[in-house]
Design a binder for this molecule. Structure first.
Ligand code: CU
Length: 419
């Protein structure tokens, strides 16, 4: 694998290939294209006694990340050395594993200062955090911890290094069960047992490929500019003077995060989705989802402690805290605001919206927004609305053969099929 080595200038500052990131979310997309969307990456329920090896090689490097208004903002970023596209990514590449897998992470620091790497909640030194000197490579080997959502980050000079770009997601599936957790509470277990098995949740049980990750982040370019010049950034001043100018989901904002299929949950009624929310920025966020309420399943705090809900609240908005991971289940039930007989399939009840299919693709899926109720998070660059932390979810139609009989002319009510 070609890895161009940094050169030293007279000032001793390393010059890396500073790459320009147009779609920062490539970070998730590269893995997500095969995994989250396609459903091939999660190999749930390993054969008992077998352990897979999860081996990843990252570099810590620098990149210019384009914001929604065209500004190019300097960042520190992780780069996936095994991805042929070899681009830095902000957020960093997705690490996926099943509980008990033998994970081996190799991290090379290609920046001129010491950087750190930590996965709160992971075992041993990985959970406590390590330091990596400039030009050096650290290797971390650990068994994949219990099922759940994890954030990895550069924990040094907190929160500066994390917020300037050095963070990413890790998703671990349990070795057994039908929930995202190794030790679900009785009520979380009950909820997942009911998916696809009760009148309230017609359709399918949760499938791990029906998952999305939303990394909420905030950016104040004045500190990125200091990092670009190699100026030291004092953490106390950073916390005091940080004013978020950009709010991103998976590195994107506005129309970009609203129309990225790696970000937007997409499926038929009866295909529940897990949303792994991670707040890597400097603001608490209050994501609000339309169309369905969601179930708040679990929260992992900044120390890595996982709290799976004993009683599972159903909410349409919930405020997170900085550095938390928060898991939501989006049930994908029929939105109660669609009027009409709920026994009539949508393709017949609202054929103009759903029934027209061309080449097997629904032409007018139902899209519901998710936006932040932290008001300024919906804007960018000091005011542009709606260019902030906004996305949505998409219903492409009914799940045939499960909750409704196949389409036939005797079906109750509604106009005839039009396709
Ligand atoms: Cu709202």
């Amino acid at each position: 694998m070609d890895r161009s080595s940094p050169e030293m200038t007279e000032a001793g500052r390393q010059i890396n290939r500073r790459q320009f990131i147009r779609y920062a979310v490539l970070g998730l997309g590269a893995a997500g294209a095969a995994g989250l969307a396609g459903g091939t990456l999660f190999q749930w329920l390993r054969t008992p006694g077998t352990v897979a090896r999860v081996s990843r090689r990252f570099a810590i490097t620098e990149a210019l990340v384009q914001m929604i208004d065209g500004q190019e903002i300097y960042h520190w970023a992780f780069e996936d050395l095994d991805n042929p596209m070899h681009l830095p990514q902000m957020p960093g590449p997705l690490i996926e594993a099943v509980e008990g897998d033998a994970v081996e992470l190799s991290i090379t620091n290609n920046l001129p200062a010491v950087h750190g790497f930590r996965i709160p909640g992971a075992p041993g030194e990985t959970g406590n955090g390590i330091e990596i000197k400039p030009g050096e490579t650290a290797v971390l080997s650990f068994p994949a911890p219990e099922g759940g959502s994890y954030m990895y980050l550069d924990h040094l000079n907190a929160p500066v290094n994390r917020v300037l770009g050095l963070h990413g997601p890790m998703a671990v599936l349990p070795a057994m069960g039908n929930t995202p957790y190794s030790r679900p509470t009785p009520n979380v277990q009950k909820l997942f047992d009911h998916l696809g098995a009760t009148e309230h949740f017609p359709g399918e049980p949760w499938k791990p490929e029906h998952s999305r990750i939303w990394i909420f982040h905030s950016i104040d370019p004045k500190f990125n500019a200091m990092a670009e010049k190699g100026e030291p950034i004092d953490a106390a001043r950073f916390k005091e003077e940080f004013v978020a100018r950009y709010f991103t989901i998976n590195g994107e904002s506005g129309a970009l995060s609203s129309h990225n299929h790696h970000t937007t949950p997409e499926g038929r009624i009866g295909q529940p989705h897990l949303i792994r929310i991670m707040d890597t920025g400097m603001t608490a966020d209050s994501p609000h989802i339309h169309g369905n309420h969601v179930y708040l399943l679990a929260i992992r705090d900044i120390g890595g402690n996982l709290r799976i809900q004993e009683s599972v609240p159903m909410v349409d908005t919930f405020t997170d805290e900085v550095s938390q991971c928060m898991d939501w289940l989006l049930p994908f039930i029929r939105p109660p605001d669609i009027p009409g007989d709920h026994l009539i399939p949508l393709r017949r009840l609202i054929p103009r919206e759903l029934a027209l299919t061309l080449g097997g693709v629904g032409q007018s899926p139902l899209m519901y927004p998710m936006h932040g109720h932290n008001e300024q998070s919906q804007s960018a660059a000091g005011g542009n609305y709606p260019q902030g932390m906004v996305t949505g979810w998409i219903i492409t139609g009914d799940l045939d053969g499960v909750s409704f009989p196949p389409a036939n002319p005797e079906e109750k009510g509604g106009p005839p099929e039009t396709h």
